[in-house]
Design a protein around this ligand. Structure first.
Ligand code: C2O
Length: 342
């Protein structure tokens, strides 16, 4: 039996996963009595997701405006910026019971739902922003940290007067520092080794150590499975490294280094757009090999999100498999790590 949508009326104060203490914030979503099975709207216009370091002034003017409008929505509107950040906290920080097994908690990380769940999260986030600026083609920028040209925090996110700015970041990792995809607080990589090291990490996560579906996606997680059965290669590696590299250098690591607060930093959505893009790229690299699980326990899992009209909707993993069917495409860039077999 697959994981199914939580009963949001039973949402409780979760756990700070870094400190193991109860959270001191409430990240439960607003209640809604009506849940609709989501029908993907027909794609009439594609949303273009640009690389963050290549997107121009005009693009950022729109994006900054959209985020400012999102922050200005009423605090209890599920589309409000903080409410959107709380979606991540609620699905990660053990606030929900697992539907059908109240002894267990729901956690969508470290398992095979990591990619599909985050794809839906970004999908609605992007549609909310597009609606706020009345632009059905608006697409999120991705932080192209797998490419040497994109390894710094993208400049618009570090301008203090921007709606994309966030103060709770490690101040020694602002530009021109290059993101370290092997970063752990105990052992950063030597600066002159970062680019080469990052490239081999990407090759390993995307090719060498990602030959089987579970190696890439993460371990099976169904009704009755305890949390954290095991992450896939990118989730465990570069994805986590970026989280801790951006967050404050403290044990609790806000905002990007702690799951309850990650969504409060606008860079989160560009970080995850890149993770999502890597999913698309990995599928493209498989050739005739299977790209997705055929297990109904994966395909039929469902989650709840508020859509751009503040309607609570139920969405399925099986609808996430082709990003073009969901109406977005990624800007094509070079993949230096692919030709760079370490
Ligand atoms: Cu939901 Cu990068 O974590």
């Amino acid at each position: 039996t697959p994981i199914t949508s939580p009963d949001i009326s039973k949402c409780s104060t979760g756990t700070n996963l870094n400190t193991k203490q109860p959270l001191d914030v409430n990240c439960c979503p607003p209640m809604s009595t009506e849940i609709i099975d989501y029908q993907m709207p027909p794609v009439t216009k594609m949303r273009f997701r640009p690389a963050a370091h290549l997107a121009g002034k005009e693009y950022y003017a729109k994006y900054e405006k959209a985020i400012a409008l999102m922050k200005a929505l009423p605090a209890d509107d599920p589309r409000n910026f903080m409410q959107q950040a709380n979606v991540h906290c609620a699905y990660c920080n053990l606030t929900y019971e697992q539907a059908g097994d109240p002894k267990l908690k729901l956690q969508i990380h470290n398992c095979w739902h990591f990619y599909p769940w985050h794809r839906w999260y970004l999908y609605f986030y992007e549609r909310i922003l597009g609606k706020l600026i009345d632009d059905p083609t608006f697409g999120l920028p991705y932080w192209n940290w797998d490419n040497p040209d994109g390894m710094m925090l993208p400049e618009p996110f570090v301008k203090t007067d921007s709606s994309l700015y966030n103060v709770r970041r490690n101040q020694t990792h602002l530009p021109p520092a290059l993101a370290d995809l092997a970063y752990t607080q105990r052992k950063p990589t030597k600066p002159d080794k970062i680019v080469a090291n990052n490239k081999s990490i990407m090759y390993n996560e995307m090719v060498r150590n990602a030959k089987k579906l579970e190696d890439f996606y993460g371990a099976k997680y169904i009704l009755g499975t305890a949390t954290d059965p095991g992450p896939g290669s990118v989730e465990r590696g570069s994805h986590m490294a970026i989280h801790s590299w951006v967050g404050e250098a403290t044990p609790s690591g806000e905002d990007m280094g702690n799951f309850y607060s990650v969504g409060r930093d606008p860079i989160f959505y560009s970080h995850h757009a890149n993770v999502d893009r890597l999913w698309t790229i990995w599928r493209g690299l498989q050739g005739p090999k299977p790209k997705d699980f055929t297990d109904p326990d994966w395909l039929n899992a469902d989650f709840l999100f508020y859509d751009e009209n503040a309607q609570l909707v139920r969405v399925k993993v099986s609808d996430t498999l082709e990003n073009e069917k969901m109406g977005f495409v990624y800007q094509d860039v070079d993949l230096p790590w692919l030709k760079n077999r370490p």
